[in-house]
Design a protein. Structure first.
Length: 467
């Protein structure tokens, strides 16, 4: 950080340090002197983003370009970064070019908006003009793809609903956003009927008073150890065919809970009952036969795929491990059929992960999770790093596959709007504990806890409230 000031402003080291600390204070970093001596890996995602903003401000720019500064951040952290950028822009009388794939975020901060598609500007105007009266089908698609917490839709609109290609030329389908959303709106009686059927069944998963604690570093010499209580006395049930939403900020315990359920992390105490069997104390060898029944879709598909293995090899490997099918031909035929079900093609069987887009890679890991025909799939932030248009396609795919294979999901996200769209019930976690558990519309419209209200308030609304 100080290096930028030393090079461009010709200050001495002490003056550069003082200005750096001053900038850290301006971007609201806690304890700037302490953070000055820290390395990047020791900071949270929001803190790192604030350091980058401070670095960009170091030379007092007239124009600040913010390129996807809030992508993959928690909605609460995202809101704090947006508020900070708006405050700095106003105080410094500075111009801001804010680049994002999320028009909800753009609606919170921008005065003018410019929409690009395949290297060309397709629409340009004030926020009110573009958001309330979009002229280009691509703009209409971007506006429609984002989950709306005020609505309960059976599926999300996607780009192909608005864009048609005839003779190599892009044409508008002529569909209006309101009409399409009305078409996908779920009748309240359908929701009630589904809930009656879901909750008359015996539960597939029961979690009882689950604790996963980690001893704090440096406490080995103390008689009374201190612990990080990542999961602390958590209890809930998940029913067959249900999507159970789990929402909370980073560090609230969502991922630790999911990995404890999978027995990738051993619980400190409590019980995990899967299909009536207590799996809490099973050894790794005893868990192996159950692994095919509980699968996970990780947040980053690229890092969860082996770069030197073809997609075909990655998808057939679980079948080999669990000795499913007699020979390679049967396994390949099954995987090709599965690839087509998730929107991939047989021609992609021998390609490597780097040859796929982000959305395609997510389809690959969904196919891998499905390959063992599991009863429960944990989706851990599985769409948080995707563009809103690709996110809509993947969410629709997950819903379609759930109906087709009678799947049960635990759907984990920091984005309450996405969880509300997907979930039959929702649980809010904070600091390892359950804050609220109930139906999504009740939690969204009538939050009982201050923390839940904070998550609801952090959902970008802006001018979207008028759409």
């Amino acid at each position: 950080m100080a290096e930028t000031i030393l090079i461009h402003q010709k200050k001495d080291k002490q003056s550069a340090k003082q200005k750096t600390i001053q900038l850290f204070q301006e971007v609201k970093l806690p304890d700037p002197e302490y953070i000055y001596d820290k390395y990047p890996h020791e900071l949270s995602g929001g803190q790192k983003q604030r350091v980058m903003i401070a670095m960009a401000l170091a030379c007092d720019p007239a124009v600040l370009i913010a390129d996807e500064p809030t992508t993959a951040l928690d909605v609460t952290v995202q809101k704090s970064i947006l508020d900070l950028l708006f405050k700095l822009k106003t105080e410094r009388n500075m111009s801001l070019i804010f680049i994002s794939h999320d028009l909800g975020v753009i609606g919170e901060i921008a005065d003018q908006v410019l929409v690009m598609y395949k290297g060309e500007i397709v629409e340009h105007g004030s926020i009110e003009q573009v958001f309330l009266d979009p002229q280009h089908p691509y703009t209409r698609g971007l506006l429609a793809c984002r989950p709306s917490p005020e609505l309960q839709l059976s599926r999300l609109p996607i780009m192909n609903d608005f864009i048609l290609f005839e003779n190599g030329k892009m044409e508008s389908s002529g569909l209006a956003i309101d009409k399409l959303k009305q078409q996908y709106q779920i009748d309240p009686s359908t929701i009630l009927s589904k809930r009656e059927k879901l909750y008359q069944q015996d539960s597939l998963l029961q979690v009882k008073d689950l604790k996963t604690w980690f001893p704090k570093k440096g406490d080995w010499w103390k008689k009374q150890k201190e612990f990080v209580k990542a999961v602390d006395e958590v209890s809930f049930e998940v029913f067959p065919g249900e999507t159970f939403g789990l929402v909370g900020e980073s560090g609230c315990g969502k991922t630790t809970l999911s990995r404890t359920i999978l027995k990738l992390i051993e619980p400190t105490s409590g019980e995990i009952l899967f299909n009536g069997q207590n799996i809490s104390n099973l050894t790794a060898k005893e868990m192996r036969p159950l692994r095919k029944d509980i699968q996970i879709i990780f947040q980053d598909p690229y890092s969860s795929l082996n770069p030197i293995k073809t997609i075909g090899d990655a998808l057939t490997e679980p079948l080999l491990v669990h000795q499913i099918f007699k020979n390679q031909k049967e396994r390949k035929d099954f995987i090709v059929d599965l690839m087509e079900k998730v929107g991939l093609t047989a021609a992609q069987f021998n390609r490597y992960p780097h040859e796929f887009s982000g959305g395609q890679r997510q389809r690959v890991v969904i196919a891998r999770a499905l390959s063992l025909q599991p009863k429960l799939i944990i989706c851990d932030e599985s769409v948080s790093a995707l563009d809103v248009s690709v996110q809509a396609q993947v969410l629709n795919l997950l819903k379609d596959l759930q109906q087709q294979f009678n799947l049960t999901y635990i759907f984990i996200s920091h984005d309450m709007a996405v969880v509300k769209h997907m979930a039959d019930r929702m649980m809010v976690m904070n600091k390892g504990k359950i804050e609220e558990l109930g139906y999504p519309e009740n939690i969204y419209n009538h939050p009982q806890k201050e923390y839940t209200q904070k998550l609801v308030n952090a959902i970008p609304k802006g001018i979207f409230a008028k759409i």
